[in-house]
Design a protein around this ligand. Structure first.
Ligand SMILES: [Zn+2]
Ligand SMILES: [Zn+2]
Ligand SMILES: [Zn+2]
Length: 156
């Protein structure tokens, strides 16, 4: 199921990001990979959130021979490269979307319509340093997602 788009802070060249990511992780540009990239670019431009199943269905419309494993593997790599956001909801579902920012940021997600918004927000360095001190960790990275109801879903 495809959701509504979130607000994107800075308009990026989605096409370039996806194409570059695919070039980085695959030595050969196979037909399935080209198809996956094309579909992701289209989804990225619409700002929609989508499940792996949504993407597979969309791909199978034009090429029924694309293997599910290839799609899953590509998505996993793009999540790892932070080109694709993966949002895990407490009900056990998870959705993807083309990330709208290539700088450090966090997300706000609607638990009803699964809309995701990019947040230009982060913890203060001092808060992170305090956690490191208290827990004896050296923190390398973090991800924060706020969950709630968007304006439309609150009204409805
Ligand atoms: Zn993002
Ligand atoms: Zn909503
Ligand atoms: Zn942060």
């Amino acid at each position: 199921m495809a959701g509504k788009s979130g607000k994107v802070g800075c308009q990026m060249d989605v096409e370039k990001r996806v194409t570059t990511a695919f070039e980085e992780f695959s030595e050969r540009s196979t037909q399935p990979r080209q198809d996956i990239a094309r579909s992701l670019i289209r989804l990225g431009k619409s700002g929609a959130v989508f499940s792996a199943e949504d993407l597979i269905k969309r791909l199978h419309r034009s090429n029924p021979h694309i293997g599910r494993a290839t799609v899953y593997r590509s998505m996993e790599k793009l999540v790892h490269m932070k080109v694709l956001d993966r949002i895990d909801f407490v009900d056990g579902t998870h959705f993807f979307r083309l990330c709208g920012s290539d700088s450090h940021h966090h997300h706000l997600a609607c638990t009803k319509c699964h809309r995701v918004v990019e947040l230009d927000f982060c913890l203060e360095d001092e808060q992170i340093a305090a956690i490191e001190r208290q827990q004896g960790f050296s923190i390398q990275d973090h991800a924060i997602t706020f969950f709630g109801l968007c304006r439309d879903c609150r009204g409805g």
